[in-house]
Design a binder for this molecule. Structure first.
Ligand code: CTP
Ligand code: CA
Length: 227
């Protein structure tokens, strides 16, 4: 049946969104981080809520306010982000927009001190859990639609297509995060949306417009006859 204009197409759906960077402590006063602002993930959480979904946003450290109408959980590390996501299951839709650190540091319990005449300390990096791959695993709690992002600096579509298969997610939003693109930390995004049937290039848009367009695709997916 055709939907009425203004109706909330995701009214009966639960959604989980990850956003922002993670901070990985080196010692009690220092951390590893990245340039993610969280803007794109927050915009997606807002757009999902506007479409009627019950949204949990699991956010790394950002300067952004909690989006209205969204249940926002603040975490610091990748490990805490995974735990918060698992608490938010089951859900219908997961969108992993966070720039999760790939590694954490074997953390020093006290501030690392300079020692005269000694070489600088080496950081021992330990792999972080992959939240997107974990949520994508076949399980009774797997969200019906799992959407990942791919941050690439070269061969964007090729790398993102391989990433979709490796992670086991349904769609990948691929973007060019090379310094020349100006995307990382900026107000606009230019993406390729990759699914099992191929790749669609979207023009450069404001991040809120990207979010609305993505949510329209998600709503169309859930309102198609095969779901
Ligand atoms: N991701 C995640 N947990 C991680 C690393 C990444 O959930 N520990 C998610 C991101 O939120 C994004 C997707 O995986 O949706 C791809 O992240 P990206 O950094 O582009 O890919 P990686 O698999 O980490 O590979 P690489 O950084 O080497 O390109
Ligand atoms: Ca990564």
């Amino acid at each position: 049946m055709a939907r009425l204009e203004g109706e909330q197409p995701l009214a009966d759906r639960r959604a989980l969104v990850t956003a922002g960077p993670t901070h990985e402590p080196i010692d009690p006063v220092r951390y590893l981080a990245n340039r993610s602002s969280g803007t794109q993930g927050y915009a997606i959480a807002r757009a999902l809520a506007a479409a009627g979904a019950d949204v949990t946003l699991v956010s790394g450290p950002t300067t952004l306010p909690d989006p209205p109408g969204v249940h926002t959980l603040r975490v610091e590390t990748a490990r805490a982000m995974l735990a918060a996501c698992q608490q938010a299951l089951p859900c219908d839709i997961a969108v992993c927009a966070a720039a999760v650190a790939d590694w954490h540091v074997a953390e020093a319990p006290q501030k690392i001190k300079k020692a005269a005449g000694q070489p600088p300390p080496a950081l021992h990096l330990v792999p972080n859990p992959d939240i997107l791959a974990t949520l994508s695993q076949p399980a009774p709690t797997r969200p019906r639609l799992v959407v990942g992002f791919a941050a690439e600096t070269e061969h964007v579509v090729e790398h993102a297509t391989a990433k979709r298969l490796r992670k086991g997610c349904d769609w990948i939003v691929a973007n060019d995060v090379s310094p020349e693109s100006g995307i990382m930390g900026g107000a606009e995004n230019e993406i390729d949306l990759i699914d099992a049937t191929g790749c669609t290039h979207w023009p450069r848009l404001d991040k809120m417009q990207v979010a609305q367009r993505l949510v329209a695709r998600i709503a169309a997916f859930f309102n198609s006859p095969h779901v």
